[in-house]
Design a protein around this ligand. Structure first.
Ligand code: SF4
Length: 188
């Protein structure tokens, strides 16, 4: 038996009405955002991975990260994250994550655990030595000498994990070291 266009629309409307009458208001499930984050500390941050700079919300309980998701109010990503950014939680909560400084001495075939203080002192000492060894005070161009006070033995590279204020401090530190080769990964 054929069904006219009018009969079809009429039948569809009745069916939709029946479904609407039978529907119950959606109950909040375990994935409801309000329940998932209830009672948690909320902090906004920027994804450390690439120069897109997606905004994130980090939820913590007792100082421990329990959830990371895209920030719906961030103008760049509006809540979305790529697969890499979505997996950031696993960087913070991972049994294979190194939590102690590992040091391998020149020529050594193994790593050893050292303290943060030892590592920072070692880095500072080597940076100072390198700076002093490669510091250029003067350059002669066209027979004339110019003061340049430049560190030619070092380069600084900023990463996407740095926010604006950290970038400012990073560039100040680079200039204080006499570094001219200063670059940054993020270009937004
Ligand atoms: S979520 Fe993905 S696209 Fe966004 S900043 Fe992180 S790595 Fe880049």
């Amino acid at each position: 038996m054929g069904v006219s266009r009018r009969q079809f629309l009429k039948g569809s409307g009745l069916a939709a009405g029946a479904v609407a009458l039978g529907a119950k208001p959606a109950l909040a499930g375990p994935d409801s955002p309000e329940l998932r984050t209830k009672g948690l500390q909320t902090t906004t941050t920027v994804c450390p991975y690439c120069s897109v700079g997606c905004g994130m919300i980090v939820h913590t309980r007792g100082g421990k990260i329990v959830n990371i998701e895209g920030d719906p109010e961030h103008p760049i990503n509006r809540g979305s994250l790529c697969s890499k950014g979505s997996a950031l939680y696993q960087v913070a909560n991972n049994e294979r994550r190194l939590t102690k400084v590992q040091y391998r001495a020149p020529g050594s075939d193994h790593w050893q655990e050292v303290s943060w203080n030892w590592a920072m002192d070692r880095i500072a000492t080597l940076m100072k030595e390198s700076r002093d060894r490669h510091f250029v005070t003067e350059e002669t161009v066209g027979g004339r000498s110019y003061a340049v006070n430049r560190n030619d033995g070092m380069a600084f590279l900023g990463g996407a994990a740095l926010d604006s204020e950290e970038c400012y401090l990073w560039s100040k530190f680079a200039r204080a070291m006499g570094v001219g080769y200063l670059e940054h990964q993020a270009r937004i």
